[in-house]
Design a protein. Structure first.
Length: 220
């Protein structure tokens, strides 16, 4: 099977808005989608869930093989579903809730939005078990929406600076490339889910973009 699969979640090509992926788990909203194809493509267990009563899991959650960080307002029943599935959940006490947009993390390190306080950064490091530095992607603080990270590589917005790329490579310990998805969208973190085993990406992604994604995330 190809390492990259194009699809929609519901009627949306923005898979990274709706889902979250680690090496072992993929969290998906309760929408109509091809769950078995996602599981096969990413080599993970699929867990259906809601966060803050919303299907936008990729906006609110971020994590790696050590666990997931969630907004402090995560509902008790929502947390129970995740914990019973085998996930380790850490509620971050912060006014910031769109954690998936504000964190770029793999199993080796992470880049966090400058909006996090020093105390919050320490909590994130403890929860995810990796070193995390504040940084930006393409000059913006929403690092998780502007890039996608796996244990094999990072794909980032075309406006990524050389300084930003060097920081990401040093902290996440993987090579960094730039590119787009979904037919020219630079916010690649919103367009796809990926790990070291595979990638699912929005249906409009072009052949040229697929080649770039394959190369950036270590499948070539």
């Amino acid at each position: 099977m190809m390492p990259i699969t194009r699809m929609h979640f519901g009627n949306s090509p923005f898979l990274g808005v709706l889902g979250v992926c680690t090496e072992e788990f993929t969290l998906l909203p309760r929408l109509e989608l091809k769950e078995e194809l996602v599981a096969l493509s990413l080599g993970t267990k699929v867990v259906r869930a809601d966060v803050l009563g919303s299907p936008l899991l990729g906006i609110f959650l971020a994590g790696n093989s050590n666990g997931l960080v969630a907004p402090y307002l995560l509902g008790e029943e929502e947390e129970r579903v995740l914990v019973e599935a085998g996930l380790r959940i850490f509620r971050l006490e912060s006014k910031l809730t769109a954690l998936g947009n504000l964190l770029l993390v793999n199993d080796y390190g992470g880049i966090a939005s400058p909006e996090f306080t020093r105390k919050e950064l320490a909590q994130l490091e403890k929860a995810l078990g990796v070193r995390i530095e504040k940084g930006r992607v393409a000059g913006e603080p929403t690092v998780g929406s502007l890039a996608v990270a796996t244990n094999k590589g990072v794909l980032a917005h075309p406006n990524l600076s050389e300084k930003e790329a060097r920081q990401i490579e040093r902290v996440l310990q993987v090579p960094v490339s730039i590119g787009t998805a979904c037919g020219g969208v630079g916010y690649v973190g919103l367009c796809m889910l990926g790990n070291s085993k595979g990638v699912v990406v929005g249906e409009p992604t072009t052949g040229a973009e697929l080649g770039r994604i394959e190369s950036a995330l270590g499948f070539v």
